[in-house]
Design a protein around this ligand. Structure first.
Ligand SMILES: Cc1ncc(COP(=O)(O)O)c(C=O)c1O
Length: 361
């Protein structure tokens, strides 16, 4: 059995009776309004490096007192993260970035590729441990927050978010707030961290099920950040996919009930997968947002990586290794797939763990 070393082996893999709890790729469709009358020459030409003006204006209306000039439209949140860290390197040199662990698997590589150094604060029961955070934030230039979180599915408490916002403002530390799941929250309204020191990252991938179109953005009230990011983007990807930007703009005009209906679908699946895994004896948090669960599983040999390989090669089930997110001894399952597939996947996992119940503690 070939060991599976990273999510790259699984992204885009499906078919052949495979059930994928892997990639966080919504199976739902984007709003149908985005597809009409796209045969316009403008949509196939180069565009503004900072992003389409009309899209940035629409985005600015979503944030209090924001202006179109505060936004850069990027090729997904992924490019926004990449450019922000490189901009911080350009402005401040080789500084440290505080990352909450478990983390989205791209965070450490993207920080290191920018020439910065990640340092970690371990989450307590999946949420920021403010005591540890307060200690570690001294000495870093930026912190990276992700609520609702991939991979934990947890949503930070309002008091914690406000404390992070305030402390970082006082210390002159950037808060990079990855809010790609801000619309997929089941428990309460989200709180969006704000201030001149805050760089918000977001995307159309999850809210509008448009991940393949690669449209994301960053929002910064500090003009120096925006200017530096645009200066880098000219020489890398140039403009973001123009056709995708037009589709994103149209998606924003669709009534909000579209997003609310999707959240109800995720909630139903969340309840199903959470209940199913609990019934099998898994130890996991009930997700409050996003579409991931992160149950414990720790075989006596081979670690959680062994579970990933065996489930894939023997049962055709894709799950991600917690080690990729900084937490070996767990696996991450995305429930962004339809209920009958979740049901079938859980049945296969059940047959795999039969007789292995001690691994789940
Ligand atoms: C926390 C987090 N940030 C960023 C991304 C990247 O999103 P995009 O498709 O917009 O590049 C993902 C994708 O799964 C994610 O989970």
């Amino acid at each position: 059995m070939q060991p599976i070393k990273s999510p790259a082996s699984f992204i885009g893999v499906n078919g052949d009776h495979v059930i994928s709890f892997g990639s966080g790729q919504p199976d739902l469709l984007p709003p149908k309004e985005i597809f009409k009358n796209l045969e316009t020459p403008r949509l196939f030409k180069y565009g503004l490096v900072q992003g389409d003006e009309a899209l940035r204006e629409a985005l600015a209306r979503e944030y209090p007192a924001a202006k179109a000039r505060d936004f850069v439209v990027t090729n997904g949140a992924s490019e926004a993260l990449d450019l922000v860290f490189r901009a911080i390197h350009e402005m401040h040199g080789k500084v440290k970035v505080l990352v909450c662990r478990p983390y989205y698997y791209s965070y450490p590589p993207v920080i290191e590729l920018a020439g910065l150094e990640p340092v970690y604060t371990d989450l307590k029961e999946g949420k920021i441990d403010l005591e540890d955070f307060k200690k570690k934030v001294r000495g870093v230039k930026a912190v990276l927050i992700n609520s609702p979180s991939n991979p934990t599915g947890r949503v930070e408490d309002l008091d914690t978010l406000r404390a992070v916002e305030k402390l970082c403002a006082k210390l002159g530390v950037y808060v990079i707030s990855d809010e790609v799941y801000k619309d997929l929250i089941y428990e309460r309204e989200n709180y969006l961290i704000k201030g001149k020191h805050v760089i918000t990252i977001n995307s159309f991938s999850k809210t509008y099920s448009m991940c393949g179109l690669r449209i994301g953005y960053l929002f910064a009230r500090d003009p120096k950040i925006v200017e530096t990011v645009v200066g880098l983007k000219i020489h890398t990807s140039m403009n973001t996919n123009i056709l995708g930007q037009e589709m994103a703009l149209r998606a924003m005009k669709v009534p909000r009930s579209f997003v609310e209906r999707q959240t109800e679908v995720w909630r139903e699946r969340r309840d199903f997968i959470h209940g199913g895994l609990i019934a099998m004896g898994f130890d996991l948090w009930k997700p409050e947002g996003a579409f991931y669960v992160l149950p414990k599983i720790n075989p006596p040999t081979g670690g959680s990586g062994r579970v990933v390989s065996e489930l894939f090669y023997k049962h055709k089930v894709i799950v991600y290794d917690g080690a990729w997110f900084g937490v070996p001894g767990r696996i991450r399952l995305s429930y962004a797939l339809e209920l009958p597939k979740i049901k079938e996947g859980l049945a296969r996992i059940k047959s795999y763990i039969k007789g292995k119940e001690t691994w789940l503690k």
